[in-house]
Ligand binder design. Structure first.
Ligand SMILES: C[S@@+](CC[C@H](N)C(=O)[O-])C[C@H]1O[C@@H](n2cnc3c(N)ncnc32)[C@H](O)[C@@H]1O
Length: 362
């Protein structure tokens, strides 16, 4: 067991490895320096800052990202989380609304679905304590994934773990293979995961994670000045951040079907220039909440269904942003970069070069 286990509580698409923010914070920072990640995703930067005893702020406009990143700053015991889940289920009445239809019948055993809905109802009513924030992240991490040979570790029928199965495809797959959902022991899955992720808690540090839009200046009011902004903006052309997470979004109060509309809180992908301007707005906002000696460190890559080169786009986004690019290095892991895209079903035409870009205040 090590105190970084919590980082793996739930996968997130285009997450970067913990090593990256850990390394830059170790190299340039010191204990107590404030860190901001305006596109925090699953909270990898916030978690790295925590391990380095640095307070941090994370912002993301996806409810799934915000819920996971909040858990990265929370502290509770495995027994506390398991007891909280048990108490919710013991006190629960019939769930207010059970999703219906072929997908839901085949995705979860009926008893599992009732319990998931009971947990969902309770956590939607109140998820303010650290214990409940961690319980919510653990349930999100167990919501869908493969069926192992031994004891089940996910609640669902056979599914991918990183992104949610598309209903029509999943129903066809499960029917063709004759796969019925198992009557899993929800509490035991939660307890096993709580033991795995919470056995050795990382240090407690100050910080918060907001569900918000980083293009909006007001999102950053009342934040202490940061010495580090460590982040990775959305890849241009990757619009599926929310539809790919529709089951986790459902657990967080969203609809029980895939919603394809592009939410206004996510960066718009209408054109490369516009996209660069939008990211530039975020750089300006964080510059006003950074110290004069602050550094902005960006990991950026791209997908191959668009003409724009990621580094050109990033350079444009930094013009007149309050930051000046000092250096850029290709990330020496083409296979890791490739993996992120391959797992969304899109075969890249060639290896994707991710870059780490280092900027100072202008
Ligand atoms: C590349 S991911 C970040 C992944 C993160 N580094 C991690 O390790 O999990 C980019 C994130 O930007 C978020 N995002 C997109 N538009 C945003 C906006 N306007 N404000 C805040 N976050 C936004 C997406 O929801 C997504 O989580």
């Amino acid at each position: 067991m090590s105190n970084d286990a919590l980082n793996a509580v739930c996968p997130y698409y285009t997450m970067y490895p913990l090593d990256f923010p850990l390394r830059v914070l170790e190299q340039f920072g010191k204990q107590g320096d404030w860190v901001i990640d305006p596109f925090c995703g699953r909270g990898t930067t916030n978690f790295a800052a925590r391990l380095r005893k640095m307070p941090s702020v994370g912002v993301d406009s996806s409810p799934v990202a915000a819920a996971l990143a909040q858990a990265k700053l929370a502290t509770a015991t495995p027994n506390g989380v398991a007891a909280s889940a048990r108490a919710i289920l013991m006190a629960a009445k019939e769930p207010t609304l059970l999703p219906t239809g072929e997908f839901w019948k085949l995705a979860y055993h009926e008893r599992t679905l009732v319990q998931l809905c009971q947990l969902r109802d309770a956590l939607l009513k109140d998820c303010t304590s650290d214990t409940r924030i961690l319980l919510r992240a653990i349930v999100l991490g167990a919501l869908h994934g493969p069926r192992p040979k031994g004891a089940p570790s996910y609640f669902s029928n056979q599914s991918p773990r990183t992104f949610a199965p598309k209903p029509r495809y999943a129903v066809k797959f499960w029917t063709a293979k004759g796969m019925r959902p198992i009557d899993v022991d929800v509490l035991s899955i939660i307890k096993t995961r709580a033991d795995r992720y919470l056995a050795e808690p990382p240090p407690n540090v100050d910080g918060k994670v907001l569900l918000g839009d980083s293009r909006v200046a007001d999102t950053f009011t009342d934040m202490p000045k940061a010495r580090f902004v460590v982040t990775s903006p959305p890849y241009f052309g990757m619009r599926t951040y929310l539809p790919d997470q529709w089951l986790r979004l459902w657990f967080l109060g969203g609809p029980d079907y895939v919603e394809y509309r592009h939410p206004k809180e996510q960066l718009e992908h209408s054109g490369a220039d516009h996209f660069a301007t939008e990211i530039g707005r975020v750089w300006k906002n964080v510059a006003t909440h950074a110290t004069n000696d602050a550094r902005l460190i960006i990991r950026y890559g791209g997908i191959h269904d668009r003409d724009a080169l990621p580094m050109d786009l990033l350079r444009r986004s930094l013009l007149d942003s309050g930051w000046k690019m000092k250096s850029a290095k290709a990330v020496p892991q083409p296979r890791a970069a490739r993996r992120q895209v391959v797992q969304f079903g899109a075969e890249p035409k060639k290896a994707i070069a991710e870059h780490d870009v280092y900027c100072h205040r202008a």
